[in-house]
Write a protein that binds this ligand. Structure first.
Ligand SMILES: Nc1ncnc2c1ncn2[C@@H]1O[C@H](COP(=O)(O)OP(=O)(O)OP(=O)(O)O)[C@@H](O)[C@H]1O
Ligand SMILES: [Mg+2]
Length: 314
């Protein structure tokens, strides 16, 4: 059984949390087979920030949907913590998503009539948490994402980056082991996008969560522990030339209105810009170019050896 109770047995950072084996997803359109994902095998280790990159239409969303059990592959197997999700029934998958996976969508998917506080609190209400615990956890989460002073604003009273941070706080509400984020920075300006990515980095380190994040932004490869590349439905680890591009960190040394802000944001997150990397090449300063290592913080997961039984939150 998979559980979210931090007091129970744990998975160690580095253990495989998601495994895909020979996964394909075929759509039949107008008498033709369209392979959205083709024979993908991969593993995501617990406690990592993993980037999923690829051009539009390369299969990122399809793969994330399969990993999180929102969609079933036409062929192949997926598992979460050794439990084969491709064999779970709908109820078990709903439980898995409710208790173990946090979702962040590009459109944020916040409820417009609810305040930031109420949006984050909602999954805790659904999970049946008492009022005092809900208030404590919701407040903690909004403070974690830097929105302690915007709690009672409704989404239309928040900026895009602030709405994104509410969505991040909400995805963390039920203490998930895994967060699946589909282009969470796609609609944000570069500096805000960088700040959000840095927040993901911090969440992985401080909360021991695993994050898989689909994005077009090359900068994520500098921040993530690992980058997986999708190309025409297939996966590789090599970043092709077409995706190498200029990441926002590289833009930090260019003249322009944003470059100072980017450098400041990168600096605050302990990241190096190209200028830093170049000077590091002349006079090595490892502390400028290394991200801090992950602390040995366990992920909250329990395995009671109940085969493919549905996960539960208690
Ligand atoms: N329901 C569907 N029916 C038919 N084809 C589909 C369907 N959903 C996706 N596809 C096709 O599968 C391929 C992969 O789509 P997917 O949405 O996974 O790409 P993506 O990498 O997430 O792209 P983007 O970066 O634009 O979000 C695309 O060619 C798409 O047209
Ligand atoms: Mg997509």
């Amino acid at each position: 059984m998979i559980a979210t109770d931090p007091g129970r047995s744990r998975v160690k950072p580095g253990d495989p949390i998601v495994v895909c084996e020979g996964v394909s997803r075929v759509y039949h359109v107008g008498g033709e087979d369209v392979y959205a994902v083709r024979d993908v095998s991969c593993q995501v280790a617990a406690g990592k920030l993993v980037a999923l990159r690829g051009r539009s239409g390369s299969g990122k969303t399809t793969l994330l949907n399969i990993i999180s059990g929102l969609d079933k592959p036409s062929k192949g197997r997926t598992s979460i913590l050794g439990h084969e999700t491709t064999r779970m029934n709908d109820r078990a998958l709903t439980d898995l998503r409710r208790h173990f996976i946090g979702f962040i969508f590009q459109s944020f998917a916040l409820l417009p009539v609810l305040s930031a506080f109420e949006n984050v609190e909602l999954p805790l209400r659904i999970a049946g948490l008492g009022a005092r615990d809900r208030t404590r956890r919701t407040t903690e989460l909004l403070e974690l994402v830097g929105l302690g002073r915007r709690m009672h604003h409704r989404p239309f009273e928040l900026s895009g980056g602030e709405q994104e941070r509410v969505a991040i706080a909400r995805s963390l509400a039920n203490q998930p082991g895994l967060i699946v984020a589909d282009e969470p920075t796609g609609e944000l300006d570069s500096v805000t996008g960088l700040q959000i990515m840095m927040l993901f980095r911090r969440i992985v380190q401080e909360q021991g969560v695993t994050i898989i994040m689909a994005t077009h932004d090359p900068t994520i490869s500098e921040i993530a522990d690992e980058t997986l590349i999708m190309s025409d439905g297939r996966m590789s680890h090599d970043i092709p030339e077409e995706l190498q591009g200029t990441g926002i960190l590289d833009a930090a040394h260019l003249p322009g209105t944003l470059h100072g802000e980017i450098a400041l944001a990168a600096d605050a997150g302990g990241l190096s810009t190209r200028a830093d990397r170049n000077s590091a090449r002349d006079a090595p300063r490892p502390e400028d170019v290394q991200l801090p290592p992950l602390p040995p913080r366990p992920v909250r997961v329990q395995d009671e050896g109940e085969g493919d039984s549905p996960p539960s939150g208690s």
